[in-house]
Design a protein around this ligand. Structure first.
Ligand code: NAP
Length: 231
């Protein structure tokens, strides 16, 4: 499948690299490819310059957001959540229409330093904002409750840990389930929470997610939902 990953950060790279390994045709969208390739210093999170990563992933093509929108049959939003609407606007509403948008972004605000806060929550979510802004797209919120390494390789953690899906479109969720299955997520561990409104709950998990990060020092963990009678 032709997949456009929007976002050149560590998450976009991890997903794009794995999707390419899985034999998908993958592009990564950025604002300005030349500018992204010209960076020579690690970014604020200490991530190697994109050009260095590109050398080890020559099969992933770096393109502009609108080029990514034209190319992708599936669009993955891995941009900073506070600017995701701008990135998707640049990608082009016409390029998103009728397509599945897998949204894993969190609208994190670091005004008080770490841990970050959500820019909005409780009565709204980024998943809903994207679906409202692009009504012809089919938004599925998922993957935002795990770190990038767990996203693409759930077997790195022991146990029957879970992942959640939120969205209004059943067929879009089916497509996303297939892709998650390719990453190694067993279908029975995927919990469909319901409509895109339920993205509020998985985005609001962010506070526990970052508190656990502060305790463990990494994002190499996940949660398991235990139910009576299932053990
Ligand atoms: N780290 C994790 O394990 C984890 C877990 C769950 C969810 N997430 C979420 O995953 C997403 C990606 O995280 P990340 O750390 O890889 O990347 P990031 O630093 O949050 O975002 C990088 C991307 O945002 C784009 N961007 C920045 N400012 C922009 C603007 N004004 N307009 C349009 N685009 C803009 C950048 O574009 P350029 O390429 O042009 O610079 C870049 O592609 C985030 O929403 C994060 O909350 C991360």
């Amino acid at each position: 499948m032709k997949i456009a990953v929007l976002g050149t950060g560590m998450v976009g790279r991890a997903l794009a690299g794995r999707l390419a390994e899985l034999d998908h045709d993958v592009v990564i969208g950025t604002r300005d490819p030349q500018h992204t390739l010209s960076r020579t210093e690690p970014d604020s999170k200490g991530i190697e310059p994109y050009a260095e990563w590109q050398q080890t992933h020559p099969d992933v093509r770096l393109v502009t957001f609108p080029e990514a929108g034209v190319y992708g049959e599936l669009i993955v939003n891995a941009t900073a959540g506070t600017v995701s609407l701008a990135a998707l606007e640049a990608t082009g509403a016409q390029n998103l229409a009728g397509k599945v948008v897998l949204d894993l972004a969190l609208p994190l605000v670091y005004s008080d330093g770490a841990p970050p806060e959500l820019g909005f929550a409780h009565t709204d979510s980024l998943g809903e904002r994207i679906q409202r802004a692009f009504p012809d797209a089919q938004v599925v919120k998922t993957l935002n409750t795990v770190g990038k390494d767990v996203m693409i390789d759930p077997a790195r953690l022991p146990g029957e840990h879970n992942l959640f899906l939120s969205g209004d479109h059943a067929e879009a969720k089916d497509l996303v389930r297939r892709v998650l299955g390719e990453f190694g997520w067993p279908q029975e561990r995927l919990i469909d929470l319901g409509s895109i409104k339920t993205a509020r709950s998985v985005e609001m998990y962010m506070q526990l997610f970052f508190n656990l990060f502060a305790v463990f020092g990494d994002f190499d963990f996940n949660i398991t939902v235990m139910r009576a009678g299932t053990h």
